[in-house]
Design a protein. Structure first.
Length: 277
């Protein structure tokens, strides 16, 4: 079985409070985007489950990879036959794109299909939530408002498929500690859901990622990259997650944008695609 775990972006990200457990409460819109890894799950040749990772370097031993944690979590619930898992990494790590979380959730979905377990999405999401705050999003893999630590979801009617997305990721990431260092949690005066009801042309002045306040002074090249996306004609641009990736949403077609992106961001990982899965 071959699956294609996709990334996500955050459209708006409000950090609304610090919790007693040390985490922060947020409100954000998760939106799936077509930057994909390749995941293959097949019955094992031997007696043990294995994971082979190719493509982008992942600084993580196989036993600590979220893919193996997903297998083990499901195996603890339902005894599974061993499998060989092959993961080809294309989505950049440490980018605010949720690539590792997507791999984990697609592993759960793939195992459910491969072995015809008949588990509901809600059950799979419960398992995924224990692996990481945003993992459960990828079980449903549709636009959703996330609250709490990014693990409490509600549906939203949002369709951006007529647009093109450009994602740019600098070579150096942003640590979570750096991202939170300059953030002061606060409740926004207008809810993100209400702001997103406005036309996308109004988002530039109303829909913000709070991490930009902290990251941009530390990494001015990331702030400059956001401005470059607007200079290229983006209707809306933002950092995603805690960085370091940024994205722009364009009405221009992907073929027209591709050459410009290559010239403007020669040292970045980039994606230029219609904004539809």
């Amino acid at each position: 079985m071959i699956l294609f775990p996709n990334a996500k972006i955050n459209i708006g990200l409000n950090i609304t409070g610090k919790r007693d457990d040390g985490y922060h409460n947020i409100v954000t819109l998760f939106y799936p985007v077509p930057w994909r890894d390749i995941l293959e799950i097949v019955p094992a040749k031997g007696s043990e489950t294995t994971l082979t990772v190719t493509g982008r370097y992942v600084d993580c031993p196989p036993e600590k990879n979220l893919v193996m944690k997903a297998y083990n979590a499901l195996n603890d619930m339902i005894s599974l036959p061993p499998v060989d898992i092959y993961l080809h990494k294309i989505i950049p790590d440490g980018a605010g794109l949720g690539g590792g979380s997507a791999d984990a959730s697609f592993t759960l979905t793939g195992l459910n299909r491969l072995f015809e377990l008949g588990l509901s999405n809600d059950t799979l999401a419960d398992i995924a939530a224990k692996l990481g705050a945003d993992c459960a999003f990828f079980i449903y893999n549709r636009p959703r408002i996330a609250r709490g630590i990014g693990n409490i979801f509600s549906d939203i009617d949002m369709d951006l498929s007529r647009y093109t997305i450009v994602i740019v990721k600098p070579s150096n990431g942003v640590s979570t500690a750096q991202a939170y260092s300059g953030v002061t949690p606060s409740m926004p005066p207008v809810s993100l859901e209400d702001l997103l009801k406005n036309d996308i042309s109004q988002w530039k002045d109303t829909v913000f990622n709070d991490f930009e306040k902290s990251v941009f002074p530390l990494r001015p090249e990331i702030a400059a990259a956001k401005q470059s996306l607007y200079d290229m004609g983006a209707i809306y641009a933002s950092m995603t997650g805690s960085g370091a990736s940024l994205y722009g949403i364009f009405s221009t077609d992907s073929d027209t944008l591709s050459a410009t992106v290559g010239t403007m961001f020669p040292d970045y990982d980039t994606l230029v695609q219609p904004l539809a899965l």
